[in-house]
Structures are given as structure tokens and as C-alpha cells.
Design a protein around this ligand. Structure first.
Ligand code: AHG
Ligand code: MN
Ligand code: MN
Length: 337
């Protein structure tokens, strides 16, 4: 509950800066601005049909996906909130073909922000949890922050990552490389309050999340693993598993960060030519950083996700993440072929 001892996001970040020198004033400001933008998005999401925010925008993004009104609105909110602060060299997002330059009349900083402004677009109009995902990188020396290449860094270089889930409550989950922490939005006060310090994903689980309608397209190791889970008590695993699939990565990962589980969007025959379904820089990498900082694991099946060297801004990648022992088992099946 909110009270005299509650720790706001601002206080948490200042104390993190003071005690551990983990983050500088610039990064703190940047995270706070992103959090403020998420609050604005949360308000728009909360109004639903009353706010005129549901439905199609009538446009498409670079990946050939139809944009929803909220995809466009959330992207604009994040751009507007972040371009004047002086801490960024550039911004990139799912909804923009190339990075967005900081307008000339604003000062520039040394960080890059890359985001999925609205994750789970197919759930917007049906009032199911959706979210925002973001990742913070340093702008490499000699680059301006407007080049695609500036953002094409492996996930190990992330200095911060987070997501905000717009569900029954609005929750921001954040890492600056010092554990994974959750903050719940106090809607009356308007601030994010620390509600989960050092989240830990249990290494074992009985819950999995995968789009089962793709089963016929999966590769053999994924098929083998899921078949074993579905076989339950009578199968080789000797225990029953349950399935949960929201269809918003933010919501599915949030469940896993909260109580464990394994989330999979593997490569399959349908997505083989694209390299997978989910995007590396603004979906897979930030989520992998958050999950690893909570004691979980994240892999493509063949490589730790954060070690993948990106070659494209909107690169896609297979994703298997969550409870460590399950992720290791699937990885083992990939090794065996
Ligand atoms: P986005 O709404 O940002 O395009 O991302 C949607 C992603 C992710 O949230 C989810 O796990 C996945 O797409 C679901 O896709 P399918 O319905 O095609 O399985
Ligand atoms: Mn997404
Ligand atoms: Mn999106």
C-alpha cells in the first residue's frame, strides 16, 4: 500500500545511483521520462472505447503489419516525451522504418532508446492486457544515433530495459543490470511505487506458453519438448503441465517473471525466412535482460539471445525464455537435433 514508507520509482533510482553508482543522472532522467510516457499511454488504454483509441489506424508499418490507433498514439507519446530531455542521441521503434532523429533545437545526449510502443496489438480491442517494451543502449562512438547500425548492438550492451503492462493494474518492470524490480502505478497519486524488489523466477515450473496453432510448423526439438509437456503425468516428465497464452508478449512474460513458466516463440516453417516472429532489438533483447536479471534464462534454442549480433534494425529472432531448468532442457533438445 502507498504510505510513508513506500518507495517511488524516483526514490529507487536515486538510491540506486547513490548506493551503487549503477546509474548516472542522465540514465535516471531517461527512465523517468519513459515511465511518465507509459503513464500517459496507460491513461489512454484505460479509456478504451470512450477515448476513441480503439480500432485500426488505417496505416501499415515497415514489417507489413496493419497499425492500430494505439500503436501510432503510443509511438507518438514516447517520441514526444523523450526528444527534448537532452539525454538521447536517437530513438527507434517497431512502428518506424528508421531511427527518429532528435530535432535540431533540442540538445543531444549519449543514449539510444528503442521500443515496442504497444505490444499485443491484437488484444487492444478486446480489453486484454497489453504493454510497452523498451531498451536503452549507448550510442557508439563516431555515430550520430540516426543510423540503423547505431542500434544494431547485441543485448549484452543494454544499460537498462523494461516493460510496462497495462492490465488490471499498470506495472512497470525494470532492470539497470542490478536485479529486476516491479513498480505498480498508484493511479490517484500518479507515481510508480516499488512493489517487487529483486524478482526471482523459480528455476522449475509446471506452466508453459506457446501459440499451439503453429504446432505443425515447429522444428523437431520444439515438437519433442511440447509433446512431453502435453503428455503430462503419464509421459516422460512424470508431471502435468498447464498452458497459459495471452498473446501479448508483455503479459505472458510478466506472468513468468511473477510466478515462473516457459515462454516460447520458436522459429518454425512459417517464419523461417524471416528468422522468427518476435523482434530482437525491442522485444527479445529487453525481455531477455529482464528475465536473466531475475535468475531466468533466454535463448534462441541455439544461442543466448543477448549474444546475437544484430544485422538489421527490425531483425527477428526465435525466443525461448523463463524458468532456467526448462529453458536448459529445450536447449539440450536443440543440441541433440
Ligand atoms: P506486436 O503487437 O507488438 O506486434 O507484438 C505481438 C507479438 C507478441 O506480443 C505476441 O507474443 C505475438 O506477437 C503473438 O503473435 P501471434 O498471434 O501471431 O502468435
Ligand atoms: Mn510486440
Ligand atoms: Mn507493437
Amino acid at each position: 500500500m502507498n504510505g510513508p514508507n513506500s518507495v517511488s520509482l524516483t526514490r529507487f533510482l536515486i538510491e540506486e545511483q547513490r548506493a551503487k553508482g549503477k546509474i548516472g543522472a542522465d540514465l535516471r532522467l531517461l527512465i523517468e521520462v519513459v515511465a511518465r510516457a507509459c503513464k500517459t499511454i496507460s491513461i489512454a488504454v484505460g479509456k478504451g472505447a470512450l477515448g476513441g483509441v480503439l480500432g485500426e489506424a488505417g496505416t501499415g508499418n515497415v514489417q507489413g503489419e496493419a497499425q492500430k490507433k494505439l500503436d501510432v498514439l503510443s509511438n507518438d507519446i514516447l517520441l514526444e516525451a523523450n526528444e527534448w530531455g537532452g539525454h538521447l542521441a536517437g530513438l527507434a521503434s517497431e512502428e518506424m522504418d528508421h531511427p527518429h532523429a532528435i530535432p535540431h533545437h533540442f540538445p543531444k545526449g549519449g543514449y539510444l532508446l528503442v521500443f515496442d510502443p504497444l505490444d499485443g496489438s491484437s488484444n487492444i480491442d478486446v480489453n486484454v492486457s497489453i504493454g510497452t517494451i523498451f531498451s536503452v543502449l549507448r550510442c557508439p562512438e563516431g555515430m550520430t544515433g540516426t543510423e540503423d547500425e547505431a542500434f544494431q548492438q547485441p543485448g549484452t550492451t543494454q544499460v537498462a530495459a523494461g516493460y510496462c503492462v497495462y492490465g488490471p493494474s499498470t506495472t512497470l518492470v525494470l532492470t539497470v543490470g542490478d536485479g529486476t524490480h516491479a513498480f505498480t502505478l498508484d493511479r490517484e497519486v500518479g507515481s510508480f511505487l516499488l512493489t517487487g524488489k529483486n524478482l526471482q523466477i523459480p528455476p522449475d515450473t509446471k506452466e508453459f506458453a506457446i501459440n499451439m496453432s503453429n504446432a505443425r510448423f515447429w522444428e523437431a526439438p520444439v515438437k519433442r519438448y511440447i509433446d512431453e509437456l502435453v503428455a503430462g503425468k503419464e509421459g516422460p516428465r512424470g508431471k502435468d503441465f498447464n498452458m497459459r497464452w495471452v498473446g501479448s508478449m508483455v503479459a505472458d512474460v510478466h506472468r513468468i517473471v511473477t510466478r515462473g513458466g516457459v515462454f516460447m516463440y520458436p522459429i518454425d516453417a512459417k517464419t523461417m525466412d524471416k528468422g522468427g516472429r518476435l523482434r530482437l532489438l525491442y522485444e527479445a533483447n529487453p525481455m531477455s535482460f529482464i528475465v536473466e536479471q531475475a535468475g531466468g534464462a533466454a535463448t534462441t534454442g541455439r544461442q543466448r539471445i543477448v549474444e546475437v549480433k544484430p544485422s538489421k534494425l527490425h531483425q527477428r529472432v526465435p525466443v525461448i525464455l523463463g524458468s532456467r531448468n526448462e529453458v536448459e532442457r529445450v536447449t539440450g533438445y536443440h543440441r541433440e537435433g
